[in-house]
Structures are given as C-alpha cells and as structure tokens.
Design a protein around this ligand. Structure first.
Ligand code: ATP
Ligand code: F6P
Ligand code: MG
Length: 538
C-alpha cells in the first residue's frame, strides 16, 4: 500500500459527540417519502455538483461531486455519509495501533490525494479528470463494535470472487476489529428471499482456493425497496456488492434509496467481470486468470489441428459485448490465425472474407486455429437463423452459439464446393474457464480491491466502486463505471498488433473504418487501454 508524506486533515464532527450512530440510525422508522439529503459543504470554492442520468429512469437522481482546480484539473469525487448526515462523529483509525501497520511510515492516504484518469499528457492540455485515491484514512466514521456488514455477489461467475469475499471479511476483522459480517445468498434476490450466512475469518479461510462464489449468485431479482427494507431491518450499515456492470447499476439505485431514507449505511461496489467490459478501470479481476486458462484450450486446438491434414481448430471464448479475452488470449498464444470479436464485424463469403482466408491459410500452412468471442458475428447468425432478441433475467441479450454456427458454416462451405477435405474440431471451454479459482496475480489484485473497499467504507465514503486506474486504487462514482462499457477499440494500436500477429484480414471497408473511428471522447479510452493492459509500453 502506498503512503503519503503530507499532513492529513480529516473532517471533524462539528459537535465532537461520540454518538452511537449505528444504533441511532437503525432505530429510525423507515422514511420513504422525504429526502433528507443535502450536499456537503464544498471542499473547494470551485467545486460544484452535477446531476447525472438516472440509472433506472425513476426519480433516483444522483449527484456527482465535481471539484475543479488549476490547469484544467477536475476531481470527480464520490459521495460521503456526511453529505447527508453532517453531524457524524469520527474515531481514530484502529490501524494506527495495529502492530503490522503502525510501523509503516505515513501509512494513511492523504485526504487530497487523487489519481489522474489520463497519464499521457501534453504540456498545453488540461490536467483532466481525476478520482479520489483509495486507502486507509486517519479517521473513521464507524466504531468497530457498531459495524454490521454484508457481502453479496451478483451476475455471472468470475475467478476471484471467493478471494474478494475472503479479503473483505479478513480486512474488516483483522484491520478494523469488526466481527459482525453476513453473506447474502444467491445475489440481489437473496436480500429478501434467502437466508444469510455468518462470515468469519475462520469460515472463509480456504475459500480462495475454490472457483465460483460461496455465497451463490443470480441474475434478475433486483427489487430496490425490498432490498433496502431488508438492509434496514437487519441493522446492516456496510453493504459490499461484488458484480459486473448490471450489479453496479443495481448498487447505485440501492445507494440512492439509502440516502433518500437518510440511513447511515455505506454502499461499496467491487467491480467483477470476466469480460473486462467495465469502463475506467485498468482491468477487472479474473481477467488475467481467464486469459491464462484460455491458453490451454487454444493449445489443444493447435495440437489437434496440426496433427491432421487441413485441420481447423475453433475455440470459443467469453466476451458478450467486448472481445478482450479473445484478443489477449490470441496475442499471448501466437498459435492463433484468426481472432473474431464483437467489436469487429466480419463476413464469410467473397473477396476478403473469412472463407477465402481459411483456404489460403490451409494451403500455406496445412492447419489453422480460429478464436471467436461469444458475442462476435451475432448479426450474421441472426440473419441465417431468423431468431434473436431473447433476454436473460437481468435483461442481457441471450447469445446464439457462434462457435457451433461458425464451425457448421465452415464445414458446409468446404464440403459443398468440394474444395478440400477439412478436419474441424470445435472446443468450447467458456464455463470451464469461468469456474476456476483465480491465479496468483489475480489473488493479490482481489486482496487489494477488497481492502480498499473496506478502508473506503470505514472512512465513510459511499456510492463508490473501487477500481484500479493507471495502477493506483481509486474510489469511482457508480455512474462513471456504468454509463459506458469498456470495448476493444479496433482503430487502436492493440488491435493492429493483433492483426499483424495473426495476419488475418481486417474485414473492414474504408466506410467501416470511418464508422469505427474513435468518437470524440474515446481517444482517451484508447490510450487508456494501451497504458493499463499493456503497462504503458508502445
Ligand atoms: N439497471 C439496473 N438496475 C438495477 N439492477 C440491475 C440493473 N441491471 C442489472 N441489475 C441487477 O444486477 C444483477 C446482475 O446483473 P447482470 O446479470 O447483468 O450481471 P453483471 O453484474 O453485469 O455481471 P456479468 O455481466 O459480468 O455477469 C442482477 O440481479 C440484475 O437484476
Ligand atoms: O450463462 P450465464 O451465467 O448467463 O453467463 C454467460 C455470460 O456471462 C459472462 O461471462 C459475463 O459474466 C459473459 O461472458 C457470458 O455471456
Ligand atoms: Mg454485465
């Protein structure tokens, strides 16, 4: 954990009273109609609060705290409990007496520390967007005995979920002396439809060695009022929500309702998605593990295809809207001849099409490997199968199996034209990849994310997602991570590197390139991808 040398100034309670906030707040009757939110006194004369789009199309308007500084500096700050409960007491952080941490020089993060979204800068350009740096603060807003925390996991599985659960429990317990932590079973609907389980450092001790989530997960079932009623009834005052883009949208609505009721309850999100499709953050946990595990499937496809005449190995990898796993697994392997992702349209027949390329590759090399992300070519499949538009319980598009479809189309093409006898093997390792435990580097990453979430919650921050931005942990407002998704930018250098490593056609006409050209706010995203997933190398 990084430390800082400057003096730390925590906001003090104006009353200085050490009230038992948790008991006080949870004894209040439920407030459903009146809003007792007020914005915090501006920390800077240049700060302002902007409205952000509602996440649910209801009256749940969010306010994002914008602080402006010199040279075009902008801090997009996260909410704090004192925004709507200004009289809360603060307490010294128990970490200062913890033998492990007390020896660290300036262990606490300075209140003013922020992290820039963009690290490649030009001397005449504004300093741009910043996020609040994550980490332990000198003062906390909860007494250890008063904390009652809960953890929930939602959406699809991802390597590392159990590690995050483990480290939230251990972080709360060992760093802050919290011993009342419960797990909500089966995703959002578990708040009102399932039992809870008690979580202790002992009960979670070995769970990081297992795939999946010990709490279970689900899609759909997000009923905001029932969830917040349940939080209130159970006296929960720290809610840790682990999940993808849909889950973070759900967390944002829960936060809004909690704030509307004036509860001293913190909502902290930990972004999870194997697809790496969450905006702003460098990468999501479990992504590295997925890319590594995908190598085994690609390797099998390569061995199978090179062992026979005109062998073709087709491997399907996950990636509903974003082809990051396919792109990085391809770049890592060097055995892949063609990588198809949702962001890059392709076509099968005719000049410059996939069939022509396969034929050429087989003639040159005798075998080939194709990696296809599950969301690729969905329009093409829909055209030929005349069915599309089904959704899962969370409203996500249900995909048609591109791997099976593509394999069949390739077989048909070569059989019907009596071009050449091919030998195609289709491998679908998607759920096997998703279900494994996280690898070593993801384990460390999950640990830091979990600990930063705990530090933020104890420090009274709320309505935030914890995320790595340019290698530093930050607190990001929910809206920022949910308003757009992270996608492979096909006019970016990384995709060019892939094209040059596989030698596949780009399948793009000059009009397509124009259309795909980075929109105004995306050059930053493209640079960001370069820097974050590529350690800044060019
Ligand atoms: N706009 C939304 N508002 C409130 N809740 C939502 C919203 N979108 C999704 N959710 C809820 O979030 C949970 C998870 O959503 P979803 O199934 O889309 O997975 P996810 O979090 O995006 O993860 P992944 O896509 O990586 O599997 C579901 O319980 C769903 O009801
Ligand atoms: O079959 P499920 O559990 O709905 O999940 C499938 C989806 O989940 C994801 O892994 C995202 O979590 C996507 O890549 C995939 O489309
Ligand atoms: Mg999602």
């Amino acid at each position: 954990m990084q430390s800082d040398t400057s003096d730390h100034q925590e906001p003090q309670s104006p009353t200085g009273r050490r009230i038992r906030d948790f008991e006080f707040r949870t004894s209040l009757p439920r407030v459903r109609t009146s809003c007792i939110f007020s914005t915090a006194p501006d920390p800077s004369p240049k700060s302002s609060v902007r409205s952000s789009p509602s996440t649910m199309g209801s009256d749940t308007r969010s306010t994002v705290k914008i602080v402006k500084g010199d040279f075009g500096y902008v801090l997009e700050d996260v909410p704090h409990l004192t925004d709507y409960l200004p009289d809360l007491s603060t307490y010294p952080n128990p970490l200062q007496d913890n033998p492990a941490y007390s020896v660290v020089k300036q262990y606490f993060v300075d209140q003013d520390d922020t992290v820039p979204k963009k690290v490649v800068v030009q001397k005449d350009k504004p300093r741009g967007l910043h996020f609040r740096r994550a980490g332990p603060r000198q003062k906390v807003y909860f007494e250890s005995d008063d904390v009652r925390a809960c953890i929930v996991t939602c959406g699809g599985l991802c390597p590392g979920l159990n590690t995050v659960i483990r480290e939230i429990v251990c972080g709360l317990s060992y760093m802050y002396g919290v011993n009342r932590i419960i797990g909500i079973e089966g995703g959002y609907r578990g708040f009102y439809a399932r039992n809870t389980i008690e979580l202790t450092p002992k009960s979670v001790n070995d769970i990081h060695k297992r795939g999946g989530t010990i709490l279970g997960t689900s899609r759909g079932g997000h009923d905001t009022l029932k969830i917040v009623d349940n939080i209130q009834d159970r006296g929960i005052n720290q809610v840790y929500i682990i999940g993808g883009d849909g889950t973070q949208k759900g967390a944002a609505v829960i936060f809004e309702e909690i704030r509307r009721r004036g509860l001293k309850v913190v909502v902290a999100g930990i972004p999870k998605t194997i697809d790496n499709d969450i905006a702003i953050i460098d990468k999501s946990f479990g992504f590295d593990t997925a890319v590594e595990e995908a190598q085994r499937a690609i390797n099998a496809a390569h061995v199978e295809s090179e062992s026979v005449e005109n062998g073709i190995g087709v491997v399907k990898l996950m990636g509903r809207y974003s082809g990051f796993i396919a792109m990085y697994a391809t770049l890592a392997s060097r055995d892949v001849d063609c990588c198809l992702i949702p962001e890059s349209p392709f076509y099968l027949e005719g000049k410059g099409g996939l069939f022509e390329y396969i034929e050429k590759r087989l003639k040159e090399n005798g075998h080939m490997v194709i990696v296809v992300a599950e969301g690729a070519g969905q329009d093409l499949i829909a055209e030929s199968m005349k069915s599309m538009g089904n959704e899962d319980a969370s409203g996500n598009k249900l995909l048609l199996d591109v791997g099976l479809w593509l394999s069949q189309r390739i077989k048909n093409y070569f059989t019907s034209r009596e071009k050449m006898a091919i030998n195609l093997k289709y491998i679908d390792p998607t759920y096997m990849i998703r279900a494994i435990p996280s690898n070593a580097s993801d384990n460390v990453y999950c640990t830091l994310l979990a600990q930063c979430a705990v530090h933020g919650a104890m420090a009274g921050y709320t309505g935030f997602t914890v995320g790595l931005v340019n290698g530093r942990h930050t607190y990001i407002p929910f809206d920022r991570v949910t308003e757009t998704g992270n996608k492979v930018v096909i006019t970016d250098r990384m995709w060019a590197r892939l094209l040059s490593s596989t030698n596949q056609p780009s399948f793009l006409s000059s009009e397509d390139i124009e259309e795909a050209n980075v929109p105004e706010d995306q050059p930053e995203q493209a640079v960001h991808q370069e820097e974050s997933l590529n350690n800044g190398s060019v």
